[in-house]
Design a protein around this ligand. Structure first.
Ligand code: FCB
Length: 468
């Protein structure tokens, strides 16, 4: 294998609290809006919930050993807000803070660099009861929570991600209704997205104040969007969908404005009365990096019957062979990652982390007890290859976090989608590293010696922030 990445490149995995921890009622954790959403009939495949998930809360040491055993140099996790402030506001749960301190200390003791995400979708339910992200007050409550987390972990976490994919929380949760809180309303979706971006900007300022040595940024889901044909209707629809999924969020944090065409489009449908003077400047707080989550290439056609964007994504099964589809049935061809990296590089000088990339396949345990996920090995080989090609073309990519370490609770798909490098038997909680885990460990081992340092804490410190 000859994929050699630049010295200091981070080889990581990404996880999130609600998807792996379980222990939903333990040690003072409060309910999250995902606990509630899971109890809605039909909301989650098979009626699955995150109540037990990978039982990671009780198996933290075992899972950190797994991560360290792969030779990972970095590990992205999220802090579960309901563990820290069970009621969303008010009393603080010290056991929650202690739990994440133990996780971070454990990673560092194993030579694995922690990257902490402050919000990965698990809003405390009492805040959702008060309107959730549609209610601007949630931004202030988020800041109170961030302050607690920074006071507790600010000295030991070198890299912070403020928000994971505000598009998904904002739009999938409030327009498509596929994620918690399960709302389908354009005004709510735009207001929630706005408040998530505002919360990001305020958190950036708090990190600067309280953990000035740390590096910080936001993570966006970015899809590679194309028109299904040369027709004017398809081209316009693709541009709108790109505006909705990508540009709305990129422009807000990079330019401090929403894209004019989308402002115009939305203003004709709903009042954008949640935007207040000064908000956009806060969102555009200078960052040290941008996190890119890439999963999907989309072909988009015009559709006058689609209510919000008059655009429709063509199912990948209509134009790809079955063998090219992931278990999600999406177009996950690797060239899309290269295009997204080059595109982001064109609009910002910030270093990039691929904070998530991975795929679900129909994995199974074979009679010998192994999981030979040849599709995932091919997927990762191709996506790491795209990343290396982008780096060689001048894109400043600093690391790659495979989604995910473990098979886990895949939101509305429950346990029906396996994304892990490690198989989880959800009956026994046994872990079986898949062929892809061995592939990844080998990729890391094969890097030139200067990449692997005895003091991974140095890895981040070595890279001065490039602030615009
Ligand atoms: C991303 C989410 C992550 C996981 C992957 C498959 O959009 O950030 O939690 O569900 O998709």
């Amino acid at each position: 294998m000859s994929m050699h990445f630049p010295p200091g490149f981070h080889f990581g995995v990404a996880t999130s609290a609600y998807q792996i921890e379980g222990a939903a009622d333990e040690d003072g954790r409060g309910p999250s809006m995902w606990d509630t959403f899971c109890s809605v009939p039909g909301a989650v495949t098979h009626g699955d919930t995150g109540a037990i998930a990978c039982d990671h809360y009780h198996r933290t040491d075992e899972d950190m050993d797994l991560a360290a055993g792969l030779g990972l140099t970095a590990y992205r996790f999220s802090v579960g807000w309901p563990r820290i402030v069970p009621d969303g506001t008010g009393s603080v749960n010290q056991k929650g803070l202690d739990y994440y301190r133990r996780l971070v200390d454990g990673l560092r003791a194993r030579g694995v660099e922690p990257m902490a995400t402050l919000y990965h979708w698990d809003l405390p339910q009492p805040l959702q009861d008060a309107g959730g992200w549609v209610n601007r007050d949630t931004v202030a409550h988020f800041c109170d929570y961030v302050q607690l987390v920074l006071d507790s972990l600010g000295d030991v976490v070198p890299v912070w991600v403020t928000m994971n994919e505000p598009f998904c929380s904002g739009m999938i949760g409030h327009l498509q209704a596929r994620h918690a809180p399960g709302v389908a309303d354009l005004h709510s979706a735009l207001a929630a997205s706005h408040h998530l971006l505002l919360a990001h900007g305020l958190a950036m300022g708090m990190i600067r104040d309280r953990a000035p040595q740390a590096r910080a940024g936001i993570t966006h889901l970015l899809s590679d969007i194309h028109a299904a044909s040369d027709s004017g209707a398809d081209q316009a629809a693709a541009r709108r969908l790109d505006g909705y999924e990508n540009r709305w969020f990129l422009d807000a944090v990079l330019r401090g404005s929403y894209p004019a065409d989308m402002l115009d489009w939305y203003q004709r449908q709903v009042p954008l009365d949640f935007i207040r003077d000064g908000d956009m400047e806060i969102m555009a707080a200078p960052a040290d990096f941008m996190g890119v989550n890439y999963y999907e290439t989309k072909r988009v056609a015009g559709d006058p019957d689609e209510p919000f964007h008059q655009a429709r994504v063509i199912p990948a099964a209509h134009y790809l062979d079955a063998a090219e589809l992931t278990a999600n049935g999406i177009d996950a061809r690797p060239a899309g990652l290269g295009r997204i990296l080059r595109r982001v590089h064109e609009v910002t000088p910030l270093p990039l982390y691929i904070t998530e990339n991975g795929a679900a396949y129909h994995d199974y345990v074979d009679p010998e007890g192994g999981v030979d996920d040849v599709e995932r090995v091919a997927y990762l080989t191709a996506h790491f290859g795209e990343t290396l090609a982008a780096i060689r073309a001048g894109v400043d990519v600093r690391g790659y976090f495979v989604w995910s370490l473990l098979d886990n609770f895949e939101w509305a798909d429950g346990y029906s989608r396996r994304f892990g490098l490690v198989w989880v038997d959800f009956g026994t909680q046994a872990r079986i590293p898949k062929a892809s885990a061995r592939w990844y460990a080998q990729l890391i081992t094969d890097q030139p010696a200067q990449l692997i340092t005895d003091q991974p804490a140095q890895l981040f410190a070595d890279q001065p922030a490039q602030r615009p």
